[in-house]
Design a protein around this ligand. Structure first.
Ligand code: PCA
Length: 325
């Protein structure tokens, strides 16, 4: 009897061993910002949620800091299947489609609730445009309101004349031109180096990117202009997504919805913390004075007019929908 039982369990054991190991799919998710930036932390939490929900069937590796692809190359890498998922600041690609620059139209939406409205108003359109490029939108998360860093006090935009202005997209380049600075595009991953070597001495971005770049080591002034809240979009190669089984697809979509909520909350919570850190490092952190503010508003009007012209009726429709919300 005993030996028969032993025999049976041996057979069962062999059968288990012979069963094919559960197939594991391994995906890469290139991203462009520092590993401890809330965007990257959110992506890692997203990957962890997908891992848990699929019992390890889908393993997503996040590559922060532009370590796998540089920021401007991530979208194409995912569209062509070199990577399966990716996160990018969508406005980097405004040259492809003006709608990708909607969230960087100056002073259109300048707070988290307004940015959320703008996102809701534009999500379906953006998602359709990405789909036409072979990408499925998973979620979007904003950066903090954008303010201006400089190596000297700024009383008006005249003070930016001739400065080495770091830009990260079409709109920020244009601002550099309009203030008579010398714009140079530098993605966030290379910003610390550009600051350390004096390639740039003024720019517009969030408290978060200033913090990530240890900006206080080179620049002493931050003006909290709150010009716009740009967003990072995370997407998946559509064909790769469609090839997954239903439960895995659902696990991704659920984790994406969670990541979107978590990401917006993280930024909203951390925005002031970042500004406090800049102050603690000895920087002057102030709202822009009246002349500086008026100067940026004037530039904002110019950029808004330019954008509406480029984006045409489609752009106007999104702005109208947003304003009605
Ligand atoms: N940080 C990114 C984009 C916007 C932001 O706040 C950057 O400066 O590149």
């Amino acid at each position: 009897m005993k030996s028969r039982l032993l025999g049976l369990s041996l057979v069962a054991g062999l059968a288990l061993a012979a069963a094919p190991a559960q197939a594991q799919t391994k995906w890469n998710l290139p991203a462009a910002y520092a590993a401890d930036n809330p965007h990257s932390e959110n992506l890692m939490a997203f990957a962890k949620d997908v891992d848990a929900a699929t019992s390890g069937k889908l393993l997503i590796t996040v590559h922060p800091g532009a370590s796998l692809f540089k920021a401007p190359d991530i979208k194409r890498a995912v569209a062509t299947g070199q990577a399966q998922m990716g996160e990018v600041l969508l406005s980097i690609h405004e040259n492809e489609d003006p709608i990708f620059g909607l969230d960087v139209v100056p002073f259109l939406s300048t707070s988290y609730p307004a940015a959320m409205k703008l996102y809701q108003a534009s999500k379906a359109t953006i998602s359709k445009k990405l789909e036409a490029q072979g990408l499925k939108l998973l979620f979007a998360v904003p950066w903090a309101p954008q303010g201006v860093y400089a190596n000297k006090p700024l009383a008006s935009i005249e003070d930016l004349k001739g400065m080495k202005w770091r830009a990260y997209n079409v709109g920020t380049t244009r601002i550099g031109e309009l203030v008579g600075a010398q714009p140079v595009t530098v993605q966030a991953a290379e910003l610390p180096q550009a600051l350390a070597t004096g390639v740039v001495n003024a720019f517009i971005t969030s408290g978060g990117t200033g913090y990530d770049s240890k900006v206080w080591e080179s620049l002493k002034y931050f003006y909290d202009v709150q010009a716009w809240l740009p967003k990072n979009f995370t997407f998946v190669n559509k064909a790769a997504f469609d090839a997954l089984d239903k439960p895995t697809q659902e696990a991704i979509l659920k984790a994406a919805a969670t990541a979107e909520t978590r990401g917006w909350k993280a930024w909203e919570t951390k925005s002031n913390w970042y500004l406090d850190q800049l102050k603690a490092k000895g920087m002057t952190v102030e709202p822009p004075g009246p002349a500086l503010k008026a100067g940026f508003e004037k530039i904002g009007e110019q950029l808004t007019a330019d954008w509406l012209k480029k984006a045409g009726a489609d752009g106007q429709a999104l702005v109208d929908a947003y304003k009605k919300m």
